[in-house]
Ligand binder design. Structure first.
Ligand code: ATP
Length: 209
C-alpha cells in the first residue's frame, strides 16, 4: 500500500472488515459496491473511493474480490496480532465493556482492569483480573492501549499515570478533555454527547438529509 489511508476511511475499515469476513465465511468470492453499501450503510460512491485506497478496483459486472479485500484488511488491521487492552474504572460502563466479547469480531482483548474500589466485579467472559488502581504501574506490564471508564474528575490523573507507563493509545469514555502528549493517540467516545447529537439530527433532519 503506497497511499496513506485518510482517517475517515480508516475509521470505516473495521466495519468493512467484519462484513467481508462474513461473506468469506459464507463462501462468497465477490461482492458489489451496492451490496456493500446496503450492508454497511455507507453510500456506494464513498465505498468506491475508500476501496480505491485499498488498491481494490471494482469491475463492472463483477464487483470486488472478497479474498483480496480480506487479506488487505487483515494486513492493515494486523488482525493476526491480538492487541491487549487495560480498562480503568469497573463501574457500570466498564463492566459492560469487559463483558462484551470484542475478540469475536476483532483481535482486541481486555486483559486486565483496575478500580479504586476493592470489590471484584463479576465478569462473564472469564478471568480478567481486576486490580487496585494503586497497582497500575506494577501490573500494566507493557499493555499499550487503555480504556478509561472512570468518573471525569479522575480521568486526567489516570491518563498521566498511563502515559508515564508508556501507553500508546487511550479510548476515553469520560466527558473530560484530556491533555496528552502528541505521540499518544486518544479517541473520545462520549455516549451522552453522541445521543444528544443524534436526537438533534433526528429532530432537525428527519429525512436523513
Ligand atoms: P457504579 O454505579 O458501579 O459506580 P458508574 O459507572 O456509574 O458505576 P462511576 O462513578 O462513573 O460509576 O465510576 C466508575 C468506576 O470508576 C467505579 O467503579 C469507581 O469505583 C471507579 N473509580 C472512581 N475513581 C477512580 C479512580 N481514581 N481510580 C480508579 N477507579 C476509579
Amino acid at each position: 500500500m503506497e497511499k496513506k489511508i485518510p482517517q475517515a476511511t480508516a475509521k470505516r475499515l473495521p466495519l468493512y472488515y467484519r462484513f467481508i469476513l462474513n461473506l468469506h465465511n459464507q463462501g462468497k468470492t465477490r461482492v458489489s459496491s451496492k451490496e456493500l453499501s446496503d450492508a454497511v450503510k455507507v453510500d456506494s460512491a464513498t465505498i468506491r473511493r475508500d476501496f480505491s485506497y485499498f488498491g481494490a478496483l471494482g469491475k463492472k459486472g463483477y464487483g470486488y474480490n472478497v479474498e483480496y479485500l480480506l487479506q488487505f484488511f487483515k494486513d492493515t488491521l494486523e488482525q493476526d496480532a491480538i492487541t491487549e487492552v487495560a480498562l480503568i474504572g469497573v463501574g457500570n460502563l466498564g463492566t459492560a465493556l469487559i463483558n462484551y466479547n470484542f475478540s469475536q469480531s476483532n483481535n482486541t482483548k481486555i486483559v486486565m482492569a483496575f478500580d479504586r474500589s476493592k470489590r471484584t466485579a463479576k465478569t462473564e467472559n472469564g478471568n480478567i483480573p481486576i486490580y487496585s488502581i494503586e497497582q497500575l504501574e506494577e501490573k500494566l506490564n507493557g499493555v499499550e492501549v487503555a480504556i478509561l471508564t472512570v468518573p471525569a474528575a479522575a480521568a486526567q490523573d489516570i491518563a498521566d499515570r498511563l502515559i508515564d507507563c508508556g501507553i500508546k493509545g487511550i479510548v476515553n469514555f469520560t466527558p473530560a478533555r484530556l491533555t496528552i502528549p502528541d505521540d499518544v493517540r486518544i479517541h473520545h467516545i462520549d455516549l451522552s454527547v453522541e445521543l444528544q447529537s443524534f436526537i438533534y439530527f433526528l429532530k432537525n433532519y428527519p429525512m436523513n438529509e
